[in-house]
Design a protein. Sequence first.
Length: 298
Amino acid sequence: MRAPLQFVLDFFTGGDPVVPTPSERAASDPAAGHAAPGAAPVGLAPQPTVTGFGHPVANRHAQLQGVTVSFRFERSRRKSIGFLVGPDGLVVRAPNWVPLREVDAAVQEKAGWILAKLQQFRERQTEQFQKAIEWRHGAEVPFLGRTVQLCVLERGLGRVQGQDLPPEQVLPVTVPPGASVTQVRDAAQVWLKKQAKVLFEQRLQHFAPLLGVRWQKLSLSSASTRWGSARTDGHIRLNWRLIHLPISQIDYVVVHELAHLREMNHSPRFWETVGEVMPDYAQRRKALRQVPMGLAED
């Protein structure tokens, strides 16, 4: 039985090494003047990024060691090809006189470095966001674009702080006496995931009829690279960490994935489908790209 097609909503997230162009290398080493046989050429963007890394204004893409990398290519007055990995992803710059085939070869040659830097940047952003939350009693935790107070109850003891706050401003957890920070975090994340599951189902039920589609199953994801995915069999996966974000951004991801049940691509027709129920999706998409979690977008 053929597996259902899956389309994912990827979210990409430095250094600037300088490498000689293939023609420069060939001058000193005749064997180095050509790309390796079978090397995947850099193609024209836009192309749907199923897995990998992207750039918000990508105009080219490459398959690097089996990973799709959509990047921004620019001409410059520099003397050699350079690579820069930053918050938006990969930027490749090359002199005006360097042909694209040599740019393609250089990107393939630096594939290992590029992938390592992109992954490091993504992990660093995720780590910074997670470290910003102190999983202790009284800590503030992002929730639906605002904050709630973490209220820790040790079994057999009463709450010391937060008991006089309205329920909607409290994240309540119960842990064993003397629980570690890790135990408190895990208990808090269980609560957050429960809230996420309920909310995501409500938003799917709201938008699916508006788009004229039917979803069959919702699963929570803990992926470190994407906000959500949709399959042709109606299975929707949404990252539970969306619960930290404002409802406007959550709704954008929900609509994005539901729209894939009509268009399994990122064609103009797909974006027209999104715009049918969310005319301001571009603004929501831009806001989502600025979230410091290391998850990026197609």
